[in-house]
Structure formats: structure tokens, C-alpha cells
Ligand binder design. Structure first.
Ligand SMILES: *Cc1c(COP(=O)(O)O)cnc(C)c1O
Length: 355
């Protein structure tokens, strides 16, 4: 399907003239060499690093360039947000007309798609995964119509841990009449390859990634959306002018110089995941350990609510997914450091003895 991106955007967004600063309008500025009397900053420098006395426009451009180079894309294909949650919100605001348009998700999946869509006043349609957590193309087709603007795919999926098959995503990209968002928050932990390389081939593809999971920087709130330049432009037009702060940018630029260290931690987490999965399978209270491409395991147990409470009493917090579709008696467990995983196993062992 040849999706016309322009026809997907809400009219008010297409017609918007975005906020523009003096520095946007004077693109050849070099911050060190110019006298900047344009933005009412404190030019004496403030109490901390004088870099922080400035709005972060130039730093943002530096980070965008670094990310583009790292991912092998043009800067025009890169959007930076306050977490990938901001990208989800802005995609909905740019493309889903309240009261008219709908968006589609495949539960059980990440909760923010539906929350943000409802805040936006867009209808949320469900195309549930099969009980074995495989996607169901017929369910997607059944709820798609001309007002379907965004389909959210999460791969590897939260909370199941499973990646979506390549053939399924390809079929969706070629048939869905709106944007196809592939949320790759957990991609670093997966054996499958990213969809980033397919962006030039599919103008309706949006890939989300984040610094919050593998990168160990959830606290700085930095997410990325990669897409056709037209889509990136819409997101940039509607974001707060300075949605990414200078502290975040400084930390991200430092982290990008330490890719090796991150790769090592990711490898270690993957190893721990396999070890923990094997150990869990030997426990009588654990009925099933689902295969995972992420940094967590979904397990089915005999009594999820009771086990959840017992763990909490011992100071171990996991995510109870018992009420999610197809997830009855399921807990989602983040892979911890080795000592934490041992603590968890010991607690589960206790539970087995006493129940
Ligand atoms: C954690 C998570 C995110 C949110 O990431 P932020 O960048 O921290 O906002 C997005 N998608 C999925 C599926 C997640 O699990």
C-alpha cells in the first residue's frame, strides 16, 4: 500500500506554524562566538555550569547528529523525546483526530498506547494476540478501516517478551493504511534485528527506541523515534521547543562514548536471563517460563496474587500481570543482578515449601 503521509496528518497540525526562536531563524550561529542577547537568559552564567544558563538548542542538534550517525540515518529521520512515551503521545496528537480516528494495539502489550490514545480522544481498537502470544493478522484486518491512523506493534513485546515475526510485520507494513509504530524498547536484548534499516523502504514505518532499558538511563528521560522526514517534522513541530534538557543531553553524549560497556552489560543480562529461566523451570510453583527476547521473564505460576504478595512481604517487587489478557496467573520479572536473582529464587523456593 502506498500510504500518503500528508493525508494522514490532522489538518490543524499540517497547517500549524510552529514556535520559532531567534536561533532557529539564524541557523549559522556559533554559540561561543556570538553575543547572544536574544533569549533573556542570564548572561553572567548563573550559579552552576554556564552551559546550563543557555537554552539547549545547540546541544540538542549535537545529540541528534550523534544519534543519526550511530544509527546510520539522516538527522531528518531522527526525533528525540522526553522518553519514548513522549514520542507515543506526539504521534497520537499529530495523527489521531479526536472523535473520528482510531488506533490499534495488540494486547497484551505496553499500557501507554491506550492511555495516551484515550487522553487524545482517539478510539482504541484491540487486535488481540493469540493465547500463545503470536500475532493474529485477521484480528488486525477485522478492526482496520479508513480512520485507522496508527498501529502499535511492540517487539520484543512487553509483557510477553516475544518478538513479532518478520513476516507478520512486513505484511502489516504493506497493507496497513496508517502509520505502523514498531516499539523496540527491548530490541538490544533480542536476537532479532532492528527494523531501523527498513525505514527508507517504508514511509509509514516509525521505530521507537529508548535510553531507559539497555542503556541504563531511565532517569534522564530520553527516547528516540526514527521515521520518514515528513513524520519527524510533524513531531518536531508540535513538541515543546526545549523538550530535552541540557543535563540529559550531556549525559547521553557521555554514554554514547561508552557503547562497549553497555554492550557488555547487555550480554551479561542476557546470560542471566537464560540462567534464571532454567532455574525457574525447576520450581514446582512455576508452571511456565515464556521465552524472552527482553530483559524480563513472564512466568505462569499456580497463584499469582498470592505469590506476588509473598514476594512483596520479603521486599521483592515484581509486576503482577494476572489481569492482562491471556496472562492469568502471570508475573513479569525483570532480570536483576546475580545476587538479586538468587534472592528471588530463594524466596520462590520458600514459597514452594510453605504452600
Ligand atoms: C519502558 C517502555 C517504554 C518507555 O520508555 P521511556 O523511553 O522510558 O518512556 C516504551 N515502550 C515499551 C514497550 C516499554 O516497555
Amino acid at each position: 500500500m502506498n500510504v500518503s503521509l500528508e493525508s494522514l496528518v490532522r489538518t490543524n497540525i499540517l497547517q500549524l506554524s510552529p514556535y520559532s526562536s531567534a536561533r532557529d531563524e539564524s541557523p549559522d550561529w556559533m554559540p561561543e562566538q556570538r553575543v547572544m542577547l536574544d533569549a533573556n537568559e542570564n548572561n553572567l552564567g548563573g550559579p552552576l555550569d554556564p552551559v546550563l544558563a543557555r537554552y539547549p538548542g545547540n546541544l540538542r542538534n549535537q545529540l541528534t547528529a550523534q544519534v543519526a550517525q550511530w544509527k546510520g540515518l539522516e538527522t531528518s529521520q531522527v526525533f528525540l523525546g522526553n522518553g519514548s512515551d513522549e514520542a507515543i503521545d506526539l504521534l497520537l496528537r499529530a495523527f489521531a483526530e479526536p472523535g473520528r480516528d482510531n488506533v490499534i494495539q495488540m494486547p497484551p502489550t505496553y499500557g501507554m498506547y491506550a492511555v495516551q490514545a484515550k487522553i487524545q480522544g482517539a478510539e482504541v481498537r484491540n487486535a488481540p494476540l493469540n493465547p500463545d502470544f503470536r500475532p493474529n493478522p485477521k484480528a488486525v484486518a477485522a478492526v482496520t478501516d479508513q480512520h485507522s491512523k496508527i498501529l502499535f506493534l511492540c517487539s520484543p513485546n512487553n509483557p510477553t517478551g516475544a518478538s513479532l515475526p518478520e513476516s507478520f510485520i512486513t505484511e502489516i507494513l504493506e497493507t496497513f493504511p496508517g502509520l505502523v509504530v514498531v516499539d523496540e524498547a527491548y530490541q538490544d536484548f533480542s536476537k532479532e534485528k532492528s527494523w531501523l534499516s527498513r525505514i527508507p523502504a517504508y514511509p509509514n514505518l516509525v521505530v521507537l527506541q529508548t535510553f531507559s532499558k539497555a542503556w541504563g538511563l531511565a532517569g534522564i528521560r530520553l527516547g528516540m523515534a526514527f521515521a520518514h522526514p515528513f513524520v519527524v517534522r510533524q513531531l518536531n513541530n508540535i513538541r515543546y521547543p526545549y523538550n530535552i534538557n541540557s543535563l540529559t543531553i550531556q549525559h547521553a553524549l557521555s554514554a554514547l562514548k561508552q557503547k562497549e560497556e553497555v554492550a557488555q552489560q547487555v550480554a551479561q543480562i542476557r546470560e542471566e536471563r537464560e540462567k534464571l529461566a532454567e532455574a525457574l523451570k525447576t520450581l514446582p510453583t512455576v508452571l511456565e517460563v515464556y521465552p524472552s527476547d527482553a530483559n524480563f521473564l513472564l512466568i505462569r505460576v499456580k497463584d499469582a496474587d498470592s505469590l506476588y504478595r509473598q514476594l512483596a512481604l520479603q521486599g521483592i517487587l515484581v509486576r503482577n500481570r494476572h489481569k492482562e489478557l491471556h496472562c492469568s496467573q502471570c508475573l513479569r520479572i525483570t532480570i536483576g543482578k546475580p545476587s538479586e536473582n538468587q534472592q528471588l529464587l530463594a524466596a520462590l523456593h520458600q514459597f514452594d515449601i510453605h504452600s
